[in-house]
Design a protein around this ligand. Structure first.
Ligand SMILES: Cc1ncc(COP(=O)(O)O)c(C=O)c1O
Length: 424
């Protein structure tokens, strides 16, 4: 490959326009206008004589996840915190979380005054390593929170077995995995509860939003209380102008309700999800063939996965290339060739500037607690090695036509051929 790298003032491999994200569907504007004039912008305002968008979404998303209950919430982080608390986790309890994840895996646990226990990941799926989970369990462990990361489904078979043997709730963090399936069953429906994020970059999005799904009516009732200041939706007939939320006094909560605007957009987006996921999977399969032929190792998923959802495409670079050039430089060079952001994975949570409980006074609950929540006490060699060898990019790129996907493979080929120019 003669042409020098775009990062060193060569010509970029392509100047094509890549698909952008998010993409509104046909129903979005109409739904939003409808909310605007409905007289009800959130479920915490009076009933206006018809089902809220929030409840329409709750019903459809529960069905989508083959779950009996769905409680929509304001963010993925609140979904995680509420799912954990509704499953019985509280102050000082330990929760096993993956060490390679967005900071929310840790902050949601800290937010309910519990203790995140950072556990290493599997080198091929980048999801929780079941053997490491089992080794981390103590008599203070109260839950396991697993992330189906990037484009993989975690080893649910092994994790459910551990959860059962130790009588621990398993919370599935499905922020990356809307529509993924394991044993032909949707993720989120295996554990005690599934927590979803609908933040702007996600496969199903409304800007900021989230949801908890569960089959356990008691977990659902607690989640409802926790997200609406201790109130739950009335199941009896409600008159126009009356509050649909009933004050029960059974469990104190705070406000993490999803607004009607957000629910209206989610209803639009949910219609599109399966077709978009299918296109992303087709592109990913094509790219995986091309990159494997070049000696790269795409992220694997657990045996038992029957449908992947590609939130981020992730691929490990060859050792001989990493011996010459650092992963961060390779990611920058690919970005310059392709015109979209290619990045490393999340930074491991034991060494991540966003995961510093000591910067926040609300976590100053005494020296013992401070020591327990200090992330630097954990060793995460696999997470570190994944961070130092894997590049990723966002799912919207996979919505491009197959000839554009070929450009991605060709850009990898070009950058690897010129790795010597990227030496540290
Ligand atoms: C794995 C994971 N869990 C939870 C979250 C938190 O979601 P939110 O940003 O909606 O609070 C994210 C956000 O990116 C995430 O990647």
């Amino acid at each position: 490959m003669g042409n020098s790298l775009a990062i060193s003032s060569g010509t970029p491999l392509t100047d094509r326009e890549w698909p952008r994200w998010p993409q509104p569907g046909d129903r979005a504007l109409k739904n939003l206008e409808d909310v605007l004039t409905s007289g009800r912008w959130t479920i915490s305002c009076a009933y206006q004589g018809r089902q809220s968008y929030e409840q329409q979404f709750a019903e459809l998303f529960a069905e989508y996840c083959n779950s009996t209950q769905c409680v929509p919430v304001a963010t993925g982080t609140s979904a995680l915190a509420i799912a954990l608390e509704a499953s019985g986790v509280g102050a000082q309890d330990e929760v096993v979380v993956p060490g390679l994840s967005w900071v929310a895996s840790s902050s949601a646990v800290l937010g309910i005054n519990a203790v995140p226990v950072l556990v290493d990941v599997d080198p091929s799926t980048y999801c929780l390593d079941p053997a490491a989970v089992e080794a981390a369990i103590t008599d203070r462990t109260r839950a396991i929170s697993v992330v189906h990361a990037y484009s993989a489904v975690a080893d649910l078979h092994a994790l459910l077995d551990i959860a059962e043997r130790y009588s621990l709730p398993l919370i599935e963090d499905c922020a990356h995995a809307h529509g993924a399936r394991y044993s032909n069953w949707p993720v989120g429906a295996f554990g005690t509860a599934g927590a979803f994020s609908m933040q702007g970059s996600k496969l199903l999005t409304c800007g900021e939003g989230g949801a908890v799904v569960t089959d356990d009516p008691e977990v659902a009732a607690r989640a409802e209380h926790l997200r609406a200041d201790g109130r739950v939706l009335r199941r009896d007939a409600v008159g126009v102008g009356e509050m649909e939320l009933k004050e029960t006094g059974q469990l104190m909560g705070s406000n993490a309700c999803l607004s009607e605007f957000h629910a209206a957009v989610l209803l639009d987006q949910l219609d599109l999800l399966d077709e978009q996921n299918a296109r992303r999977s087709r592109s990913a399969a094509h790219l995986t063939d091309r990159l494997t032929a070049l000696g790269l190792t795409p992220q694997q998923t657990s045996v038992g996965t029957t449908e992947r959802a590609y939130y981020r495409y992730a691929v490990r670079l060859p050792d001989e290339v990493l011996a010459i050039a650092p992963v961060a430089r390779i990611a920058q060079a690919l970005t310059a060739e392709l015109g979209f952001a290619v990045m490393q994975t999340h930074q491991p949570l034991n060494d991540n500037p966003l995961n510093r409980p000591s910067t926040r006074r609300r976590f100053s609950l005494g020296p013992e607690y401070t020591g327990r929540v200090d992330p630097s006490r954990f060793e995460l060699p696999v997470a570190k090695s994944v961070h130092e060898s894997v590049v990723t990019f966002g799912h919207e790129v996979l919505l491009a036509p197959l000839e554009a996907i070929d450009d991605i493979a060709t850009a990898f080929e070009k950058v690897l051929a010129h790795a010597g120019e990227l030496a540290a």
